[in-house]
Design a protein around this ligand. Structure first.
Ligand code: 4AD
Ligand code: MG
Length: 465
């Protein structure tokens, strides 16, 4: 008999009809007359209840149906008597596909800690929390593609292996086929990469932006959406070594328009979650973060603050004068740390902030210089609970100014000729940003740690699974 997925089974009202469901047992309880099996197949956070009459099933048959086991049930769809349920199944046959020894199955108990669940990341998708998170993750990816497709952007695939360092921060993982046990060095102690796979030093990309700019200079509006890699040794709840990033790049866009785009895109994704993921959000709102749904609703209803960095520093210093204590300094010229960002967003404005016009020294080489040369047209979006969720900028389109930055910052030029060509041949004003997909996920799910919004997190000293 054809299988009905549980999300559809729960909607059916053709009581009396035969139905077949398959899934993993969340629990079995009951007495000597009847067993109640809560079955979940991942299609929804909701379980369907299977009622197994002792008259039909022997103890021997029911014994292997324990938490975590996988079964197939054929039976009759009936209207449920229990509160909060619509339909349930009166079982005719129960087939066990796979048992899960109760002595060994790690997901027996409820309320396991997030830390423990990370050690069993191969099984944690079967919990309610991770099921919810992962369904929302899928939805957010769909929202991103839908948003950009609807707005006339082309999905432009940028390479994951690259020979250039977009952010110039030197946090790249190397890609090589060289025998690391037998490296040869020249007189200066450098490795000769000419016989390496790519004939030069290559790495995993930290950002698709540079190639994205090439796409925008031909197709007008593009976005990339793929994994990026950073070998930064930051063990925080907001950093991964492998994370996904959405990077639109748009010809002829100025700073104002880009801030509008950043705000509109984020609101679209949050609205998508509210429209399409309510069952999962309600679960997370109840068990993970009581303020979640209110916070999501408030974001789509508020206008984001737009705040020049210099004014932000003034607000922070005023706060310090009034007795606020920060761990890190925040003089003009300092990079803001997340305590500063969160003060501005959560305590001062109580809404998302788009911070602009940062000091040139703390931002990347490609950002467009403002007049006077002290600040650049960067536009970071700062979110409650998260801090920086988007980093973006108007790009420097002048060949001479860009060259100057590259020289001052001693960025290895040899491998950047193709990027500079965009400024030599039909250069155009343009802008773009990078939205951290897992940071968006943190916001939309209310989860506290970025390790818990991606199936298999990669962080310093962790590459299990
Ligand atoms: O601010 P970032 O470093 O900007 C760039 O990479 C630009 N090239 C993007 C562009 O303009 N096309 O990173 C962008 C965003 C951050 O705002 C943050 O949300 C996320 O990427 N991000 C990380 N997310 C998880 N783990 C990390 N280690 C992250 N580093 C950055
Ligand atoms: Mg940034």
């Amino acid at each position: 008999m054809e299988r009905t997925v549980i999300i559809d089974a729960l909607k059916r009202t053709d009581y009396g009809q035969k139905i077949c469901v398959k899934g993993w047992v969340r629990s079995r309880r009951g007495n000597k007359n009847v067993s109640f099996i809560a079955l979940n197949d991942g299609s929804t956070i909701k379980n369907i209840q299977i009622v197994a009459d002792a008259a039909k099933f022997s103890d021997e048959e029911l014994k292997p149906i324990t938490t975590g086991s996988c079964i197939c049930c054929v039976g009759t769809l009936v209207e449920s008597q229990g509160a909060g349920q619509t339909s349930e199944i009166q079982a005719d046959t129960l087939e066990v596909y796979g048992t899960a020894d109760p002595e060994q199955y790690p997901l027996q108990k409820k309320g396991l800690s997030m830390e423990y669940l990370r050690t069993i990341a191969h099984l944690r998708p079967r919990t309610n929390t991770f099921g919810a998170v992962l369904r929302i993750r899928h939805n957010m990816a769909m929202a991103i593609h839908s948003y950009f497709h609807q707005h006339g952007y082309f999905y432009f695939h940028t390479p994951l292996i690259t020979a250039s360092d977009c952010e110039g921060a030197g946090q790249m993982f190397q890609v090589t086929t060289k025998n690391l046990y037998n490296l040869k060095y020249d007189e200066e102690g450098h490795i000769d990469y000419s016989d390496d796979f790519f004939g030069k030093q290559a790495s995993l990309t930290v950002s698709g932006q540079l190639e994205g700019e090439l796409g925008a200079m031909a197709l007008g509006k593009i976005y990339t959406f793929g994994p990026t890699f950073r070998a930064e040794n930051s063990n925080t709840p907001r950093h991964l070594a492998e994370f996904w990033m959405i990077e639109p790049e748009i010809a002829f866009m100025d700073k104002q328009e880009m801030m509008d785009l950043e705000e509109d895109d984020l609101k679209y994704c949050v609205r998508w979650a509210l429209d399409n993921c309510m069952d999962d959000l309600e679960f997370l709102n109840q068990f993970v973060d009581k303020g979640l749904i209110d916070r999501l609703k408030s974001v789509i209803d508020t206008e984001f603050v737009r705040l020049p960095y210099t004014e932000g520093i003034e607000i922070l210093q005023e706060a310090i004068r009034n007795g606020k204590k920060f761990e890190f300094p925040c003089e003009w010229g300092d990079d803001l740390s997340s305590e500063h960002e969160r003060y501005l967003v959560e305590e001062h404005f109580k809404k998302p902030v788009i911070m602009t016009d940062y000091p040139r020294e703390i931002k990347a080489f490609y950002m467009k210089l403002n007049e006077g040369g002290k600040t650049v047209q960067g536009t970071d979006v700062l979110f409650p609970q998260i801090g920086e969720i988007i980093g973006g900028s108007v790009r420097e389109e002048s060949y001479d100014k860009l060259m100057n930055e590259i020289e001052v910052r001693q960025i290895p030029m040899k491998d950047m000729w193709w990027y500079l060509d965009t400024r030599r041949f039909g250069s155009a004003p343009h802008a773009g940003f990078g939205l951290g997909f897992e940071r968006l996920m943190l916001f939309v799910t209310g989860m506290q740690n970025i390790r818990d919004v991606i199936p298999f997190p990669r962080t310093p000293k962790t590459a299990e699974f």
